[in-house]
Design a protein around this ligand. Structure first.
Ligand SMILES: [Cu+2]
Length: 163
């Protein structure tokens, strides 16, 4: 079979590019440990008051390690406080295990400047582990349109100069 010289070059070039993409995917998993956010459990939204999400909020597990339980609902990230837009305060260098679920509809969960971008589905518990090294104020934003109060669905993580 005759393959034109230019055509052969293009076949090789496409092969190299596809190979590089494949290598990048393998490297992201094997070398850099990138994982898709995955559900860690199921929950009946009607029985949320009988679950670990009955008292959402921040608990300290150890030195600079915390668990944050969040219930997303129209139109608030509930962390167990009365504020409509709550603030979670942690020291710099904290490792946060975020467990989140939705009470009603699909919500989004995005933390600015950090590697957190999850969809919160009713009936599903999602987990994200993230370290906050840099002091600052970082918003948690709902990025899935969830109804007329969607734009007010904001919480804040305040990372203070820690020790
Ligand atoms: Cu929303």
């Amino acid at each position: 079979m005759h393959i034109d010289r230019l055509e052969r070059y293009w076949i090789i070039a496409v092969g190299v590019v596809l190979g590089a993409f494949g290598a990048a995917i393998v490297a992201s998993v094997v070398v850099f440990g990138v994982r898709l956010p995955s559900p860690v459990g199921r929950i009946d939204p009607a029985k949320i008051k009988e679950s670990e999400f009955a008292t959402p909020g921040l608990t300290q597990d150890g030195d600079h390690t915390y668990t944050l339980r969040i219930v997303a609902k129209m139109w608030k990230f509930d962390v167990g406080t009365k504020e409509p837009q709550p603030t979670i305060k942690i020291p710099a260098g904290s490792r946060l295990k975020i467990l989140a679920t939705s009470l009603d509809v699909t919500h989004g969960f995005y933390v600015e400047q950090h590697d957190v971008n999850v969809m919160l589905l009713p009936g599903q518990i999602s987990q994200v582990d993230v370290t906050f090294n840099k002091p600052g104020v970082f918003h948690i934003i709902c990025h899935e349109y969830c109804g007329p109060g969607h734009q007010a669905m904001v919480a804040t993580i305040e990372v203070n100069e820690g020790n």
